[in-house]
Design a protein around this ligand. Structure first.
Ligand code: RM4
Ligand code: MN
Length: 393
């Protein structure tokens, strides 16, 4: 290794040391497609057991110290106690996800419903989520609305935007000084004609109107096929409006597969824009979260694999030779610039990551370490009886 290679190697490891990835409580539970959710052995039966599993992922990877909650799936009587349990396990509670999509009242929408009574109920839930954040110490309220219409003429598209804006305003005004509202968009599903927050532009416009504590969430599975997600990353970062990612991967629609599985090159391009925007560290305030469903694959290993995939894409992004890239771009050297990026992408970063883990006192191979740990046998034996957690549980 030349001296400059060694310097690059150290710089990349240093950046990876501070990277943080948040795992979702619901990914440890039973979830899947709308056709069938296949229950698995050893699945958590309550939020405490989900946190115990998240803590295992953190202990093995060293970079997943927080776990996102979904309300009401993770409703408990005493959130301070849940936060204390998490701390005892070596993790902390992360973003609070509101859920205004699973109640019969929300058939025609939640915050954009034509019925003011239903809107009130939905907004009250959002406010309740902020109350919970006060108790868990969470910084982020993550909002995704399934609201929309299935048929032209079904409801007034413009009035629904007004209702949405009013609900967001009331929620925003309830936030504490250090809390944020993160608004997520999704092209379609469950609404098939007009979704009320269908794209990043709509989310961005609402966040701009709300103020500095409102930022956009990019769920990587929520776009039309072929959408250039790294462009959205670059744009929102430049505007100071990128708040978080929901990472997952997809072949067709909102598949919620393991991030980096379907298109590792896309994940690399996204992480390159993060590195380019100097937004990897905690001071940039970007929450790097997973939002996945593991229906046929074992849950904890799938989450470990996802964390490793994000780390690998990040390591490759950090390897891009910024000076060489800038020089090629400046010279109009199209092929040269592309080659600089591709060189980094084609680098096998697994040895570097193994070395980093060894330095951090971790097993260099977290997948193998989990398989050896006996944790699965333990939860399979212990978690019998009771109700397995899942969608709506
Ligand atoms: C939605 C959206 C949200 C997630 C739910 C489970 O499609 O991605 O982020 O909370 O699914
Ligand atoms: Mn999401």
């Amino acid at each position: 290794m030349t001296q400059s290679d060694a310097q690059t190697h150290d710089r990349v490891k240093q950046a990876l040391r501070i990277q943080r990835i948040e795992t979702p409580s619901w990914a440890y539970a039973n979830s899947g497609t709308r056709f069938k959710v296949f229950p698995q052995e050893g699945v958590p039966r309550n939020p405490y057991e989900k946190i115990a599993d998240a803590a295992v992922v953190h202990r093995l990877t060293g970079v997943a110290p927080t776990v996102a909650l979904h309300i009401p799936w993770d409703r408990v009587d005493d959130y301070a106690d849940l936060a204390k349990y998490a701390a005892d396990q070596g993790v902390a509670l992360g973003a609070i996800n509101a859920n205004v999509f699973q109640d019969n009242d929300y058939k025609l929408g939640s915050v954009t419903n034509p019925d003011p009574g239903v809107r009130r109920k939905a907004i009250d839930h959002l406010l309740e989520c902020v109350d919970i954040m006060d108790r868990t110490g969470s910084r982020d309220l993550k909002l995704w609305f399934s609201d929309g219409t299935n048929y032209p003429g079904q409801d007034d598209i413009r009035a629904r935007q007004d209702r949405l804006a009013a609900a967001l305003r009331e929620t925003y005004d309830r936030l504490g000084d250090h809390q944020r509202l993160l608004l997520e968009y999704k092209l379609f599903e469950p609404a098939f004609y007009a979704t009320d927050v269908p794209d990043w532009g709509t989310a961005y416009a609402h966040c701009l109107e709300l103020g500095p504590k409102a930022q956009v969430v990019i769920d990587t599975g929520h776009h039309a096929p072929g959408t250039n997600i790294e462009f959205i990353v670059a744009f929102l970062l430049r505007a100071g409006k990128l708040g978080a990612f929901d990472f997952n991967s997809r072949f067709y629609a909102d598949d919620d597969l393991m991030v980096g599985a379907a298109d590792p090159f896309q994940l690399f391009r996204i992480m390159y824009e993060i590195v380019r925007g100097d937004a990897l560290g905690p001071e940039a305030g970007i929450a790097f979260m997973l939002d996945q469903c593991h229906n046929i694959e074992p849950k904890i290993p799938a989450i470990i694999r996802s964390v490793l995939n994000v780390q690998e894409a990040t390591a490759k992004a950090l390897l891009v030779d910024a000076a060489a890239l800038a020089a090629a771009q400046q010279a109009g050297d199209v092929l040269g610039a592309n080659a600089v990026l591709m060189d980094a992408y084609h680098t096998d970063v697994r040895p570097l990551l193994a070395e980093l883990r060894a330095e951090l006192g971790l097993d260099p191979d977290p997948m193998a370490a989990y398989a050896r740990s006996g944790y699965f046998d333990k939860i399979r034996a212990e978690r019998v009886g009771g109700q397995q957690a899942g969608w709506g549980a």
